[in-house]
Each structure stands twice: as structure tokens, then as C-alpha cells.
Design a binder for this molecule. Structure first.
Ligand code: ADP
Ligand code: MG
Length: 720
């Protein structure tokens, strides 16, 4: 049976339809690549405690009691046999289910029998139950194993209402035995070098492992498929980028960059200097630069970007700086203008001899302002253009876009980067992220980019101390937080109070999905603090639902020191830079992710004074939420925290957010666990693509690559 065969011609039409509708499986290949979510070991019962309400679950359980009777049901003319069964799990917990319409259920489900049971997990009278459950015996009366379930490891598949895990098993039984996989996408030398199973064997073993060793062998091989295909895609993309030709932007000795370097009070860190030289070298080539600059929060990426932008302007081109939020775009424009001073005042009184302009383009500009900004961009008067996604809109035309800088890249998708790139002739690209990412993520999510890392913080940066404030055990401690904010204010310094919610009409007080009380909200917390614990201080709100002008005004007042305490949502999370702010209190801190907390905390300790961060929480001791906060409090090492973050999130979330379409192709690959495979696959992929860019000698691999690219292209077309 070929991989391309439609399931319709192999299994019953109705089942094939259900597989397609519920799981998107259309071909034999789709089915055999639908891997088990987990396996139950024969004799090792499931734990009922893990059952999640709402999921379609399969459990391996033992019958404790069963009892049948005939029942009249509404809508049924004849009585139906109802069998009440009590199941026991690994820990002796019980689960009661009722099976309808199975004439021999009581005979089969005698106490002591073990079987697979499945159904949707619901709650009835405060106890979990399986809704319309069904079952499959895995032993016959004599304890002999039956059918597809004869193995010591029983595969469990992600189920749906119409497609249960055992049904998937049964369908696989129909295709696995005479499967013909054709050519192996992994080159034979590679398989030999890494001792990998063949595809046919791996597919059989992933579904029917006799033991964990066989499962491991299958998984290792199939992980390699995913890793290699992905890395080949990325290697091809890098290659095609390198073949484009762009304009060299070598700068000039008497230009803006030289003038800036001569007047700036900053002493570049070694990292800023080194990466600056690297960028200058690449900008001077006719091959487009494609580089990711990652650096710890506060490491001074903006300055590195500014110097690259100046080199491009000195070469007659323009640079665009794309920011994820309006607040950040405004701040960038403001701080670039401040840093450049007279160098950014072209056409104005007091401009330097060589000068340019910084334009700001955001979605909220009024018509006149927008027209003016666009004109400056189109004429080339503005050498530097800062903006939000409004930069990508149709009416925006550049005179000569030479460099695209994307700030906080983790907030953008690849498509957005591409959309802005399309405004120039193969411009150079620099993307920056302050969310430090483990190496394998960089290679997977940003695999088409070369990576530079800025690890050192500028001199004069102060340490941040973080404390968890556990309201559960010590409700009174929050009082000390407000005292520290008062102390800071009395020393002329400023503070942030961060809340998870805005709390206005669009965001009313309601328990969240998990039934927790509503989290602290800016609009509810602010009046209480202003009249209570923080009375006497100048307090203001900042959140995403304020008008852009209002946001800008509040930020300006805060920057200038007229506001002492900013009660804000995560709008301040990225990039906000007020060195005089030293204290931060994050309320209901457990509602934020690890990376987010790290980013938020990066807003303080940016000046000469030490930072103090309070993670206020009601999460009780020894809960995972609380342990996460303790971990954040214990280290300011962004890389360590990003690893922790990744361990706690699902791969799909990480990859899916950054790279559309790709998610479906990574079923087994785990970025941390499979680090070595990813690294090795990258090397192999680079060698393969270099020797044979079109994969002419690797038809099966080419096909696998195409299978990844086709939906991605469709996705891209759909959105653009
Ligand atoms: P991030 O890398 O998080 O984007 P920024 O670029 O916002 O960091 O820089 C953080 C702060 O450090 C800014 O106030 C910036 O002016 C300052 N800074 C950057 N480079 C230096 C330097 N070499 N010496 C002193 N301060 C610097
Ligand atoms: Mg920044």
C-alpha cells in the first residue's frame, strides 16, 4: 500500500470521512504519521487524576463492580441495556461509568477484568465521568491478548467525538502490515552514521512498539525526519537570500555615523563595538545581510541598530525601524531624535552640517500628519523611519529602503518581516529580540538568520533584586511594597505597578477560564492606591486601550519625572526605557509567563540606582505557579529563564506563534530534548543543500520538503 493512497479506498467510507473531518487525515501517509500521544503499559493502570475535563480520553482501568439492567430511555421505543461499571485506577481511585446498549457488557466487564475505556471527560455531581463511554477488552477470558491490543505497550491516540483512540488503532492495523514507503527521505549515509532505523520500520514501531527500546528507536528516527526537513527548508531559504543582490552600504568617513560617534557620550560596550563592526562589514557587501541580534534586556541593542542605520543613510539609503507597539515606536522616535540631536534636524534651524530626519509612522496619525510623514519617507528626506505595522501599509513608499530593522522580533511573524522587506530592493535586514532564546529555538524559528549575541550590559547598569511577596502566607507584606515605593519617590525616583488587566467596560470583572478570581486591573487598582497606600504621590495609568495621544502624553510626563508611579498593563513590557524608575510591583504575578516577567522587570535597574522588583502573588507555596515565580526571583539570567519558559510551554506555542504553518510538521521534535539532533541536522542540511541545492539526488527528501512548503505558501498567499 502506497503512502499517497486515499484512506477512502482502504477503510470504510464513513470512517474515512470521520478521520478526515475530525483529524484532517486523508491519505495513508497522514494516518501513519498520526502518532500516538502516549502509551499505556499493559498491567499499569491509568491515573484518573490526570483526566482533563472536556478532552476525549482513553483510560486503561480495572473493573471493580458492574451491574446491568434494562432501562427505558426517552426517544427510544424499546428498553436498552444499561451497565453501571465502577473502574479502579493505578492509585485505587474510582470512576463510575454507564454503558448503554451493549448486550454482553456485564459478561465481559466482570470484576478484575482490565480494559481500555474511552469517552469525553465531563463532570457530573462533582465527580469526573466519561460521557457515552465505550470499551475494548485487551485480554480474553483466559488472559490471552486480543487483536491490535496484543502488545505490551498500548498506543493511545488523540481522540475526538467520532474517532476514538481504538478506532485509529484499528485503521492503522489495516495499513501498517503491507505499507510501502518507497524511497527513504533520509540519505542512507546519514542513517548509517547515526544508526537510524529505516522509515518503514520506524513507522511500524512507533505504532506497535514491543517495548520502550523499540519505541525509542522509532522516535529517534522520526525526529530526524522532522529536524532534517526543517533544516533543509531553512538552508534553502538562506541560500536563496544569499543569491539576491542588494546595494552595498559601506558608509563614508565624513558622514552621520562618524559625527555621531564623535559626539555621543556613550562608551560602546565591547559587544556593541564588535557587532557594530560585523554589521558594517556585511552592509558593505552586495549580498543582503540577514542577521538576528539577540541581547539581554537593556543590553543596548537600539544603539547598535542606530549605528547601522546611520551607515546606511551615509550611503544614500534609508532605514526603517519596525516596532511592535505604538508606545515603543513613539519612544524609539523620541530617543533616536534625542540621541542624534542636531544630526536629526535636517532642514531645521540649528541642524548639523550633515543631517537627516527621523520620521514616525503609526496607525493613529491624523491625516495631515500621516501625509507629511509619508512625503518625507517618499522623498528620502527622512533617512530613518520609525513605525508600527503601519509602515507596511500600501501607501508607504520609500525613496530607497536599504535596511529593515525589526525590534522585538518575537512579536512579529516572518510574513511581516517579508512585507517590509518587499518595500526595498533586497534590503539588508537586522532583527532584534530581547527574549533570549536557546540555541535550538534560534536555529528553528529564526533558522534563516545568522545570529549575533550581545551578552554584556553597558557599564553603570545596576543590579535588580527580586522578591516574591506571598499574600497567601503573609497578607501584610504587601504594605512593605507600598513603603518602598514611597521611599523611592522621596529620593526622587519612580516606580511601576503592573496589573494583568485593564479593568474597563470591555474587560469586566469575571472569573477567568480556570475559575480564578479576576486578576488585578489598572482601573480598579489605581483609585484604591491613589487614595490609600500611595496617597500623596503622583500616580497615573497607562494601558493599551488609552488613545495613542493619551499614552504618549503619560509616557512623556513619566519620562520627565512628573509622574512618580505608573500603574500599567504589559504595554510597558517591551523596550520602555526610563532609567530613573527603580521599583516595580507586579500584582498577581503568577498570571504572567516567565519571559514576560523577565521583560517587565527589565524596565527597572536601567540607571545608576539598584532595581527592586516585587512579584506579588496569592499562589500558595509548592504550587508550580509559585515555583515559577521563585525561579524568576532567583536569577536575572535571561537565557536560564527562557529555558525554563520553554520547558513549561508546548513546542507548538513557541513555534506556532513565530512561524505559521510549520507547527503541523513538527509532531515529535522537542526543542530542548532533541537539541543534539537539531544541531546535527543543521550541519547535514547545510552540506546537502550546498552540494545539491535543488535536491536532485534526493527525490524523497525533496518531496518531504515540498510537503512542508506547499501549505506554507498557501498560508502566505492567503494572508497577503
Ligand atoms: P535593549 O537592548 O533592551 O533594547 P536599549 O537599547 O533600550 O536596550 O538600551 C538600554 C539603555 O542603555 C538605554 O537607556 C540606552 O541609552 C543605554 N545604553 C545603550 N548603550 C549604552 C552604552 N554603551 N553605555 C551606556 N548606556 C548605554
Ligand atoms: Mg529594545
Amino acid at each position: 500500500m502506497q503512502l499517497g493512497t486515499r484512506l477512502q479506498s482502504v477503510i470504510g467510507g464513513r470512517t474515512a470521512k470521520a478521520l478526515e473531518e475530525d483529524l484532517g487525515l486523508r491519505t495513508v501517509a497522514d494516518l501513519v504519521h498520526h502518532y500516538p500521544r502516549r502509551y499505556v503499559e499493559r498491567g499499569r493502570l491509568t491515573s484518573f487524576a490526570d483526566l482533563e475535563v472536556g478532552e476525549h480520553a482513553t483510560v486503561f482501568a480495572e473493573v471493580v463492580r458492574s451491574h446491568s439492567e434494562m432501562k427505558h430511555l426517552r426517544n427510544r421505543p424499546k428498553p436498552v441495556k444499561k451497565t453501571d461499571v465502577t473502574l479502579r485506577d493505578a492509585h485505587g481511585s474510582h470512576l463510575r461509568i454507564a454503558i448503554f446498549g451493549k448486550w454482553n457488557a456485564d459478561a465481559e466487564l466482570r470484576p478484575g477484568r482490565q480494559a481500555l475505556f474511552w469517552g469525553k471527560v465531563t463532570v457530573f455531581r462533582e465527580a469526573k465521568q466519561l460521557q457515552s463511554p465505550d470499551y475494548q477488552l485487551v485480554d480474553d477470558d483466559q488472559g490471552d491478548r486480543v487483536g491490535e491490543f496484543a502488545l505490551p505497550l498500548i498506543p493511545l491516540y488523540p481522540g475526538t467525538a467520532k474517532v476514538s483512540s481504538p478506532l485509529v488503532s484499528t485503521c492503522l492495523g489495516l495499513v501498517l502490515d503491507d505499507l510501502e514507503v518507497g524511497d527513504d527521505p533520509l540519505p542512507a549515509e546519514l542513517r548509517a552514521e547515526h544508526g537510524l532505523a529505516g522509515l518503514q520500520e520506524a513507522l511500524r514501531l512507533i505504532h506497535r512498539p514491543a517495548d520502550w527500546a523499540e519505541h525509542g528507536r522509532a522516535r529517534r528516527r522520526l525526529v530526524w525526519d522532522e529536524a532534517l526537513v526543517l533544516q533543509v527548508v531553512l538552508a534553502q531559504r538562506r541560500r536563496s537570500l544569499q543569491q539576491q543582490s542588494s546595494t552595498a552600504r559601506p558608509g563614508r568617513p565624513d558622514g552621520l555615523l562618524a559625527a555621531f560617534d564623535a559626539t555621543t557620550p556613550f562608551v560602546l560596550t565591547d559587544g556593541q563595538r564588535g557587532i557594530g563592526e560585523q554589521l558594517a562589514g556585511e552592509l558593505a557587501l552586495t549580498r543582503p545581510m540577514h542577521r538576528l541580534l539577540q541581547g539581554e534586556v537593556g543590553s543596548g541593542k537600539t544603539l547598535v541598530a542606530l549605528r547601522a542605520m546611520l551607515a546606511v543613510v551615509d550611503s544614500g539609503g534609508q532605514a526603517a525601524l519596525l516596532a511592535p507597539t505604538e508606545v515603543l515606536a513613539q519612544q524609539h522616535a523620541r530617543s533616536l531624535r534625542t540621541m542624534l540631536g542636531a544630526l536629526a534636524m535636517a532642514g531645521e534651524l540649528g541642524a548639523a552640517e550633515v543631517a537627516t530626519r527621523v520620521a514616525l509612522l503609526t496607525g493613529s496619525l491624523g491625516t495631515a500628519a500621516r501625509r507629511e510623514a509619508r512625503a518625507e519617507v517618499a522623498s528620502g528626506e527622512a533617512g530613518i523611519v520609525v513605525g508600527t505595522h503601519a509602515l507596511m501599509s500600501e501607501g508607504v513608499e520609500f525613496a530607497d529602503l536599504g535596511l529593515v530593522v525589526v525590534d522585538e522580533q518575537h512579536r512579529f511573524g516572518v510574513e511581516q518581516r517579508e512585507a517590509l522587506r518587499a518595500k526595498g530592493q533586497a534590503p539588508h535586514v537586522l532583527v532584534m529580540t530581547a527574549t533570549p532564546i536557546p540555541r535550538t529555538v534560534a536555529m528553528t524559528v529564526y533558522g534563516d538568520l545568522e545570529v549575533s549575541t550581545l551578552s554584556e550590559l553597558p557599564r553603570g547598569r545596576s543590579p535588580i533584586t527580586s522578591h516574591v511577596v506571598p499574600l497567601h502566607e503573609h497578607p501584610s507584606w504587601v504594605g512593605r511594597v507600598w513603603e518602598r515605593i514611597h521611599e523611592a519617590a522621596s529620593q526622587g525616583r519612580q516606580s511601576y505597578v503592573v496589573c494583568p488587566r485593564v479593568g474597563d467596560a470591555e474587560d469586566p470583572k469575571q472569573p477567568d477560564e480556570e475559575g480564578r478570581r479576576p486578576a488585578a486591573a489598572v482601573e480598579e487598582v489605581l483609585p484604591v492606591l491613589a487614595e490609600g497606600a500611595l496617597a500623596g504621590l503622583r500616580v497615573a495609568a497607562l494601558h493599551g486601550r488609552m488613545s495613542p495621544d493619551a499614552k504618549d502624553e503619560v509616557m512623556r510626563l513619566f519620562v520627565e519625572g512628573h509622574i512618580e508611579v505608573l500603574v500599567a498593563t504589559t504595554v510597558i513590557e517591551v523596550g520602555v526605557d526610563v532609567p530613573n524608575a527603580t521599583v516595580m510591583a507586579i500584582l498577581d504575578a503568577e498570571r504572567f509567563g516567565v519571559s514576560q516577567l523577565h521583560q517587565l522587570r527589565g524596565r527597572i535597574g536601567r540607571g545608576a540606582h539598584a532595581g527592586l522588583c516585587f512579584l506579588v502573588t496569592e499562589a500558595p507555596e509548592e504550587t508550580p505557579a509559585r515555583e515559577r515565580l521563585e525561579a524568576v526571583a532567583a536569577t536575572t539570567d535571561g537565557f536560564a529563564l527562557s529555558r525554563l519558559d520553554l520547558e513549561q510551554r508546548r513546542e507548538g506555542d513557541v513555534l506556532g506563534a513565530a512561524q505559521s504553518g510549520r507547527r503541523n510538521n513538527l509532531k515529535l521534535l522537542q526543542l530542548l530534548r532533541d537539541e543534539e539532533v537539531i544541531l546535527a541536522a543543521r550541519t547535514h542540511a547545510a552540506a546537502i543543500v550546498e552540494a545539491d541545492p535543488e535536491l536532485a539526488a534526493h527525490p524523497a527528501l525533496a518531496q518531504a520538503v515540498e510537503a512542508v512548503l506547499a501549505p506554507e505558501r498557501a498560508d502566505y498567499l492567503e494572508r497577503s
